[in-house]
Design a protein around this ligand. Sequence first.
Ligand SMILES: Cc1cc2nc3c(=O)[nH]c(=O)nc-3n(C[C@H](O)[C@H](O)[C@H](O)COP(=O)(O)O)c2cc1C
Length: 215
Amino acid sequence: MIQKPLSVPEAIDKRRSTKDFSSTPVSQESLEEILRLTVSAPSSWNLQPWRIVIIDDENDREKLHKACFHQRQILEAPLTLVFAVDHKSWESDMEPIIAQAHKEGAWPEEYCEIARQAIPGGQNALENAGLLREYAIKDAMIAATQCVLAATSIGLKTTFMNGWMEPAVKAVIGAADQENISIAVLVPLGHAAETLTNPGRLPRERTVFHSRLTS
Ligand SMILES: Cc1cc2nc3c(=O)[nH]c(=O)nc-3n(C[C@H](O)[C@H](O)[C@H](O)COP(=O)(O)O)c2cc1C
């Protein structure tokens, strides 16, 4: 049974990057709830370019561990979520996304037409500017953030991970030769007894400004 979820502020305050996971598995019920909240993330034009691969097989975890410069959390956590993106998924997903939004009553017909016109032009312009990958990764990072907060809210631990070699991670998820696939972030997920200390943040005046950015 999933614990009563923490509030959003409580989950934000409680989240810490965890390296020492126990071997306790993540229940299917918890994983389902985390994934439900993860893929409910917003994305540009609701295009949902994330492709999330659950890595829980022992051999795959070992390969992923190597791809992550042997960072121990990959081996310790019972599973890792690989947040990949498909920069070209919009081509086949656009119509079903528009149809669904229309059926749900969220997008009126006029807005659906605007989307049909604007999405290909916008995506092609991003591709020409070399930004398609970056924009897909922005969406995936928002989904990963929801994932981490959802996991924290029901008592699980995570770490965002940038420390990996992309070709090796792509090989683990079976996308070695797919140029349209990039890796956004990895999130090991599991249980941990340890109480981690917040490493703190820069003084607010260093990172938050009013009206103008000043150095
Ligand atoms: C995008 C991103 C990538 C990160 N990559 C790694 C990583 O590869 N390995 C690791 O041990 N921690 C990684 N971290 C964790 C950070 O070191 C950690 O978030 C930071 O020290 C602040 O600690 P906190 O998360 O407990 O607040 C990453 C964090 C972020 C947001």
